[in-house]
Design a protein around this ligand. Structure first.
Ligand SMILES: [Zn+2]
Length: 145
C-alpha cells in the first residue's frame, strides 16, 4: 500500500503535470465471438503548454515519464491483486511524444498499463477491476478524460 507521504507526493506531481487517464478495452476475436481480454490504462501528462515543444530528448519530458511510470508501477501493488489477478505489463513509450487533439495538440508523454487475463473471470470481475483502478487513480487526483 502506498503511504500517506507517497500519496501526497503523487498528488502534487499529478497536478503539476496535469496527469489524466484514458481507458481502452482490449478485445480478442475467437470463433466469431468478441471477448474482452484486458484493459489498457493510459496515463498521460505534460510539463508545458508550448505547442512547439516536440523534443524527444527533453529532460523534463523524461521526468514526467518517470513519474507516470512510478504511478503505473504503484497500481498493481496498491490494488493488491490476489487470486485470478490479471497480468500487468507496462510500456513507457520511451523517447516518444504524443500530440493530443484533446489537449489542443499540446505535446505530452504517456505510459500504458495493460491489465490482461487469459480466461474470462466474468463480467463482475471486469467491472470490479475497472472500478478499483478508477477509485485508486482518483485518490491521487488522476481523472479519466
Ligand atoms: Zn519536454
Amino acid at each position: 500500500m502506498a503511504t500517506p507521504a507517497l500519496n501526497s507526493t503523487v498528488q502534487s506531481l499529478v497536478s503539476e503535470y496535469g496527469v489524466f487517464w484514458q481507458f481502452w478495452p482490449q478485445f480478442e476475436q475467437t470463433h466469431g465471438e468478441r471477448r474482452l481480454v484486458g484493459f489498457e490504462v493510459e496515463l498521460i501528462g505534460s510539463h508545458t503548454s508550448d505547442l512547439n515543444h516536440v523534443d524527444p530528448a527533453c529532460p523534463r519530458c523524461r521526468n514526467v515519464r518517470a513519474v507516470l511510470l512510478s504511478i503505473a508501477n504503484l497500481v498493481p501493488v496498491d490494488l493488491a491483486l490476489g487470486v485470478n489477478s490479471p497480468a500487468c505489463n507496462i510500456d513507457s513509450h520511451s523517447g516518444e511524444i504524443l500530440c493530443l487533439p484533446a489537449l489542443g495538440n499540446r505535446s505530452a508523454v504517456w505510459v500504458s498499463l495493460y491489465l490482461s487475463w487469459s480466461q474470462s473471470n466474468g463480467q463482475s470481475f471486469e467491472t470490479d477491476l475497472l472500478t478499483k483502478v478508477r477509485t485508486l487513480l482518483s485518490k491521487w487526483g488522476i481523472h479519466q478524460r
